[in-house]
Design a protein around this ligand. Structure first.
Ligand code: 5GP
Ligand code: 5GP
Ligand code: 5GP
Length: 215
């Protein structure tokens, strides 16, 4: 690890709702964003994030740089379920080779050591959890459909997830719409509640994140 950061307490699988993310940014990339020939009507992966119980989190925990070759077998799946919805490439840590995946790995993935030991495991574990706890599916079974003609109460969405998974998620709303949904796990990957903070965060109260220098 080579850094003074202490080991994290739990993991959050952060999912994004493409309709809200694309609406608020207006970013549209022809082949790699929201201007697709089809609409994305499922939660996609934002990242798998190590967190501390006090509401803070480590970031950029090692000098190891993202290497796309290490995950070549996962790319078709990642393109489908972990797409970048933004045109701007991320630049924290080592730059992530300009890829959303690289950014997430360098910023968060490197801090999931020793529970997750390498880059391939980081992405395959995130995909495993994403498929095991199929949030889009859980919500649609409970009557929460991807539609513009209905609005839903956040407390009902939280209750549906609590019923299906047994633990409390964390929701992030932007301008009145659900943008992110996080489900949390102990280090053995069994579900747990997401943190001590309020289960519904509003974007205005979420600060921008910055990385400590990795040296
Ligand atoms: P985080 O917010 O996880 O630190 O990183 C998000 C960074 O990745 C931002 O710099 C953003 O521009 C870039 N990015 C690329 N694609 C996406 C995406 O689909 N969703 C989000 N939230 N950020 C993305
Ligand atoms: P700022 O002064 O930049 O608003 O606040 C510090 C930044 O660090 C915030 O953007 C916030 O998102 C981020 N932040 C808050 N807690 C933590 C943490 O525990 N670790 C890291 N890396 N960033 C944090
Ligand atoms: P935002 O301010 O856009 O919600 O968050 C900016 C970035 O800070 C996120 O993309 C993510 O990288 C990081 N971040 C925000 N909240 C959390 C959190 O609760 N845990 C962790 N590990 N990272 C977070």
């Amino acid at each position: 690890l080579g850094l003074s950061q202490r080991e994290f307490d739990y993991l959050a699988l952060a999912l994004q709702w493409p309709g809200t993310y694309c609406q608020s940014t207006h970013y549209c990339c022809p082949s790699n964003g929201c201007c697709r020939p089809y609409a994305l009507t499922q939660f996609t992966i934002h990242g798998l994030w190590p967190d501390y119980d006090d509401g803070t989190w480590p970031a950029c925990c090692s000098s190891s740089e993202f290497d796309v070759k290490k995950i070549s077998s996962l790319i078709p799946t990642l393109e489908k379920y972990w797409p970048s919805l933004s045109c701007s490439s991320a630049s924290l840590c080592h730059g992530g080779k300009g890829l959303f995946w690289g950014h997430e790995y360098e910023k968060h993935g490197t801090c999931s050591y020793p529970v997750i030991q390498d880059e391939y495991s980081y992405f395959s574990k995130a995909l495993d959890l994403y498929f095991k706890y199929n949030i889009t599916d859980i919500l649609s079974r409970a009557g929460f459909l991807a539609t513009n003609s209905e609005t839903y109460f956040v407390k009902d969405i939280v209750a549906a997830l609590e019923k299906a998974i047994g633990t409390s998620p964390q929701l992030v709303c932007k301008r009145g719409s659900l943008q992110e949904l996080r489900i949390c796990f102990y280090k053995d990957f069994t579900p747990r509640d997401c943190g001590i903070l309020s289960s519904v965060l509003h974007s205005s109260s979420l600060a921008r994140s910055s990385c400590p220098k990795a040296d």
